[in-house]
Design a protein around this ligand. Structure first.
Ligand code: ZN
Length: 399
């Protein structure tokens, strides 16, 4: 056992208690204020150089002040609990059984927050292993509803010049380097209203859009695939029309599309594919947007576009992750990708900042009534995150 792993092990009880505390504070999307205050208090108690929240309510704790800037991100919000009776353990107790912490958010993503914060303590203890870097330990808001929005805000408004982002989303202690993107589209065809007793006087928007639905199903089957990320997908998920009355010809019909994007797919290419369908000649295609309000009252506009991102297997940040993983685990971790979407859509997908993931627990527990995180994973993650700044510096990132 290395000296680093030994040092991380000394935080085993503290990190376990901290995850339990975090699980016990409900923090659904848009309601992260209490958990944010708890995290800032822990950072201050552990002697972080700085710990505060930004205008959107994201927590930012700082260690070191070197020129290379590294963000360790985990989101503070969770999804709901569904039927409380379906849970074997209370979702808000942080019950420990057989070396595993149970409860809502244990896997997604509070285990990572706790490991990040205690890795921060270990980094300070070890003087960042001599690495001349700044590490920001970040807890973001609203990832479950608007992936990427809060981290994108933080990387452009709160911090500047960040060189590398490490996401704490569950990877089962592997190094992940990307995932598929997604977007929504609203495709509308306009018609002309008339009395339904004489449909030939009007132009029925439902009839006009009907063939487009089967063309969309066909397009799904023709979509490209990528060896690493897999296949893109396309599905019509809703249809609505406007009509003066149930005895009038509808003058507008809209279908809502869900598009999963693989490597090479972009917002423009996905829109162009729809526009090129034979029955889309008269259609308008738009990406919906929404105004989002965080728990601090801060408002941001967001488009329903979450870009695909992949970091090359040979990228220095992936190599740094494998290096840190080898130190923390005793052998090189696997590499892989997420099935779900993460805040990487903004850090890597929109802003082009090199991003990888390493986190405790497994994706399969996220959003389930079996939400859980093994305590051994918390300790291994502390060792990984603490080893990372020096590993990143060895790869020359940020220089
Ligand atoms: Zn998550």
């Amino acid at each position: 056992m290395t000296e680093l792993v030994d040092a991380a092990l000394r935080y085993r009880d503290d990190v376990t208690q901290f995850v339990r505390d975090l699980v016990a504070i409900p923090s659904f999307s848009g309601e992260e204020g209490d958990v944010a205050r708890r995290i800032v208090a822990e950072m201050n108690a552990l002697g972080f150089s700085e710990a505060s929240t930004d205008a959107m309510g994201n927590v930012v704790g700082r260690i070191g002040d070197g020129p290379t800037k590294i963000v360790l991100d985990a989101h503070m919000d969770t999804v709901g609990v569904g039927d409380p009776g379906a849970w074997a353990h209370d979702p808000f107790t942080g019950k420990v059984a057989d070396g595993v912490v149970h409860g809502r958010g244990a896997s997604d993503n509070k285990g990572a927050i706790a490991s990040h914060v205690y890795a921060g303590a270990l980094m300070q203890e070890r003087g960042l292993d001599g690495a001349d870097v700044t590490v920001y330990v970040v807890g973001t808001v609203m990832e479950e509803s608007f992936d990427g929005l809060a981290l994108g805000y933080l990387l452009t408004e709160t911090l500047e010049g960040v060189d590398a982002v490490v996401l704490g989303e569950c990877t089962d202690l592997a190094v992940y380097r990307g995932h598929r993107g997604r977007m929504e589209m609203r495709t509308t065809i306009k018609g002309k209203s008339a009395h339904a007793s004489a449909p030939e006087r009007g132009d029925n928007a439902i009839s006009a859009i009907a063939p487009l639905v089967s063309e969309i199903d066909d397009l799904h089957n023709r979509l490209g695939s990528d060896d690493f990320l897999g296949k893109g997908s396309l599905a019509a998920t809703n249809i609505e029309c406007t009509t003066a009355s149930l005895n009038a010809i509808p003058d507008s019909c809209t279908i809502h599309l869900d598009r999963r994007l693989t490597f090479g797919d972009t917002l423009e290419s996905a829109k162009a594919e729809i526009a090129a369908l034979p029955s889309a000649a008269r259609a308008s295609i738009e990406v919906p947007s929404a105004t989002v309000t965080s728990y601090t009252g801060h408002q941001l506009e967001m488009d329903a576009y979450f870009p695909t991102w992949v970091l090359d297997e040979d990228h220095p940040l992936v190599r740094a992750g494998l290096d840190a993983g080898t130190m923390a685990l005793g052998s090189a971790p696997a590499t892989g990708k997420w099935t779900f979407s993460t805040n990487g859509v903004s850090s890597a997908g929109r802003l082009g900042i090199p991003t990888i993931g390493f986190g405790p627990s497994e994706e399969k527990w996220a959003h389930t009534v079996l939400d859980q995180c093994p305590i051994d994973h918390l300790v291994a993650s502390i060792a990984f995150y603490a080893a990372l700044p020096a590993a990143i510096e060895r790869q020359g990132i940020g220089r």
